[in-house]
Ligand binder design. Structure first.
Ligand code: ADP
Ligand code: MG
Length: 324
């Protein structure tokens, strides 16, 4: 099967090309480049992610899960900017053409495209060690993007979902022992949260022009809170007792649970600072959010584990080029 036949068979499907809003797409797959037209008064939001086997995903995976996860993770950066997803491109490097792998991968990719309402508009296909490059495009009203800078002293610090699910899910993927209290439904929930995270696009859009700063938690709560604090020039205070976790994560004993909530990446829930006057309105509109602390004058991340706030010095979080 040649490159063109491969693209036609697996990537030129309505499920992928028509998954998102069509108004912005002037030219999709098939020409030398795609054409995108954001709506009047909207800014284009762009983010690129590379996924390398063994680094960004465990070696033991289902191709459909990989396709889903790759796109959801990329779209999470759009959610974190308060953008509406429009389209994405896929640069695919494959060691060999394996039809079962491609069929599964395209199916998972299409499921994520449908869930996040985003259309595939182009890409590139080459041979080499497995590598996925995804570029996502979205739009946001001019001046309304949710940036990392902008948090002010007195703002509430909030998360848009439970923490630690992906950390526990990864432990299950790696076949680590689970506590007896974790039932099969809890196990499925955690594996699903790891392999098929849902980017919080709806919440992100609701935060446009409302939250003062925000990002998605990909490196871990403490590390990402550190990014927000540094970009905003403020201190961020977190109360350990107020961190939300799922019933499944609550099956693990406290130290492990807290470790995942604070340090594990990959949850892809939004972390944002919110002027207190906006809280009631967001909750009345049905958005689930939890206040986990607040923004204060100063710098750095401060964690209160019941004995008062302590400065968190070494922020964990995965860094690719850090010397071991
Ligand atoms: P060129 O040689 O001009 O770079 P290609 O042969 O790489 O063109 O691609 C032909 C068309 O197929 C382009 O529209 C490109 O965006 C699209 N395409 C290539 N690979 C993929 C892919 N993996 N997924 C989606 N579209 C793809
Ligand atoms: Mg090309």
């Amino acid at each position: 099967m040649g490159e063109f036949e491969l693209i036609r068979r697996y990537f030129r499907s309505a499920a992928l090309e028509k998954a998102g809003p069509q108004a912005a797409i002037i030219q999709s797959i098939g020409d030398d480049a795609a054409l995108l037209q954001p709506a009047l008064g909207q800014q284009l939001v762009i983010s690129t992610d590379s996924l390398v086997e063994g680094v960004h995903f465990p070696l033991d995976y289902l191709p459909a899960d990989l396709g889903y996860r790759a796109l959801a993770v990329a779209v999470s950066d759009l959610a974190a900017m308060a953008a509406t997803p429009l389209a994405f491109t896929l640069a695919l490097t494959l060691p060999a053409v394996r039809e079962d792998w491609l069929a599964g991968f395209a199916e998972g990719l299409a499921a994520a495209a449908a869930d996040h309402r985003i259309s595939l508009i182009g890409g590139d296909t080459t041979r080499g060690p497995l590598n996925l490059g995804l570029t996502v495009f979205g739009q946001v009203a001019a001046g309304q993007a949710l940036r990392r800078a902008g948090a002010a002293a007195g703002d509430l610090l909030c998360v848009g979902g439970p923490l630690g699910d992906a950390g526990a899910g990864l432990a299950l993927v790696q076949s680590q022992a689970a506590p007896p209290a974790l039932d099969p439904a809890g196990r499925d929930y955690l594996l699903q949260r790891f392999w098929r995270p849902r980017a919080q696009c709806g919440l992100g859009m609701a935060l446009a022009g409302v939250a003062s700063a925000g990002l998605d938690i990909s490196d871990g709560l403490l590390a990402d809170a550190g990014h927000l604090a540094a970009a905003s020039g403020v201190a961020v205070h977190i109360r350990a007792a107020d961190l939300p976790c799922s019933a499944a994560v609550a099956c693990w004993p406290e130290p492990q649970r807290l470790n995942w909530m604070l340090g594990a990446g990959d949850d892809y829930v939004l972390l944002f600072s919110l002027p207190a006057r906006h809280r009631a309105r967001l909750e009345a509109d049905g958005w689930w959010l939890r206040v986990i602390g607040e923004v204060a004058a100063g710098e750095g991340v401060w964690l209160d584990q019941g004995q008062g706030p302590e400065r968190v010095s070494a922020l964990p979080g995965y860094q690719h080029f850090k010397e071991s």
